[in-house]
Structure formats: C-alpha cells, structure tokens
Design a protein around this ligand. Structure first.
Ligand code: ADP
Ligand code: MG
Length: 208
C-alpha cells in the first residue's frame, strides 16, 4: 500500500497546521540565535501552499512535492526558503512520476531532501542546522522495515533526537554562526522545524 498524491496533499495540509501551531515557538528559537523570522517565514510559506493546493490538484506525489518546492522557494525567504525549497525539489526528483510512493520511494525522497540541503547550504552534521535533524532521519528511514508510516515514524523520532542534539552545539553555518560560542545552549530553529514537519508527515501517514 503506497502513498498517493492525495495522501501527500493530506500530509502537507497537516504539516501546515503544525507550522501554524508552532509559529511562535519557532520565532522564539530564532530570536535566541538568529533574527526571529523562522516561524513567520515558514507560516507564510505553508499558508501560500494551502492556497495553491486549494487551487490545483497535482496528478502524482512527485508533482505535489514539486509544487511545495516552487511555493516555498518563492514565499519563505531567509536561509530556510531556498533550503527547504531545494529539499522538496530533490525529493520530487527522487520519486519521479510514480502514482504511489512505497517505503523505498519515501526513503529515497528523504535522502534526496538531505542531499539537496547539503548541496545548497554546505552544512555537515555538528554545524547546528536542519542537517542535524535530517541526517539521522534519513539513516533511520533507510534502516527500518515495514510500511511508509513506519519509515516516517522512525525518521521523525530520529529527527527529534537530532534536533535536540543541536542544543550544546556552536553554530558554524547560517546567521547563528555570527554568535560564535554564544550560540551554544539553544535549540536550532531549522532543526526543530525539520523535526516538526517529519512528525506531521508521520502522523498523517499513520492515519492514511
Ligand atoms: P535566516 O537565518 O536567513 O533568518 P531562517 O531563520 O528562516 O533564515 O532559517 C534559519 C535556519 O536555517 C537555521 O536554524 C538552520 O537550521 C538553517 N540553516 C541556515 N544556514 C544553513 C545551511 N548553510 N545549511 C543548512 N541549514 C541552514
Ligand atoms: Mg531567521
């Protein structure tokens, strides 16, 4: 049993709701080590995405992911806009035009997303970015047997742990790196939003 375009759309609608609920938290995290716009940036992007999804119904999961990419690139701004945009673009390319995504396709999409973020932002694990959440998520997804929901659930759990691991780190990429040692002791906002998005996708897959 795979994930259809409609399932992917449902997961994105759920993610938009989670972004809305966590907007203030993400703003606070970004105020501590950045400029405080991360929650609003993402909320703007996912609100725009909801409008696009109301207006059109992409025919395949890959086309849905491409629509997410173009929408986030044109609306989110900051560092995270192009990074998330590239992530969804590479995820889209990784799944091609299959009508349904099985567990392997979902694992490939996550790997594509990580490759896109790394190609764009050049961060490695330990730099205190979304890469610290996404990297363990990809590893977990590749090593779990079972359904799409099981794969996404493992990825979400690993991403949550990965995000927590950013707290003691000194930022070496992005705006937080300007703070040097003072960036330590704070959760990275992008790692947190990555974990939140994966949790929303996993919860949606469990309901599908
Ligand atoms: P900005 O820093 O431009 O205000 P946001 O606040 O929207 O952009 O996003 C900040 C997040 O982007 C950071 O918390 C971090 O996770 C992520 N980020 C920044 N630079 C990079 C990079 N080079 N590679 C990966 N992620 C990055
Ligand atoms: Mg910011």
């Amino acid at each position: 049993m795979g994930c259809t375009a409609a399932d992917v759309v449902a997961a994105l609608r759920a993610a938009a709701e989670v972004v809305r609920e966590h907007r203030d938290e993400l703003v606070r995290l970004d105020q501590a080590i950045g400029d405080g716009d991360h929650g609003e940036n993402l909320k703007r992007g996912f609100t725009a995405l909801l409008s696009r999804l109301d207006a059109e119904e992409p025919a395949s999961p890959g086309k849905v992911l491409k629509l997410v990419a173009t929408t986030l690139i044109s609306t989110v701004g900051g560092a995270a806009g192009p990074l998330y945009g590239t992530a969804f673009l590479r995820a889209s390319a990784a799944v091609g035009d299959a009508a349904e995504l099985d567990r392997d396709a979902v694992a490939r999409a996550l790997q594509g997303a990580l490759d896109g973020v790394v190609a764009r932002g050049k961060a490695v694990v330990g730099d205190k970015t979304m890469v610290d959440a996404l990297t363990p998520a990809v590893t977990a997804a590749a090593s779990v047997d079972g359904s799409v929901a099981a794969v996404l659930s493992a990825a979400a759990a690993a991403a949550a742990e990965g995000a927590e691991s950013t707290v003691p780190m000194v930022a070496r990429k992005g705006r937080a790196s300007y703070l040097g040692e003072r960036s330590a002791g704070h959760l990275d906002p992008g790692a947190r939003s990555t974990a939140l998005l994966l949790r929303a996708f996993a919860d949606a897959a469990a309901k599908a």
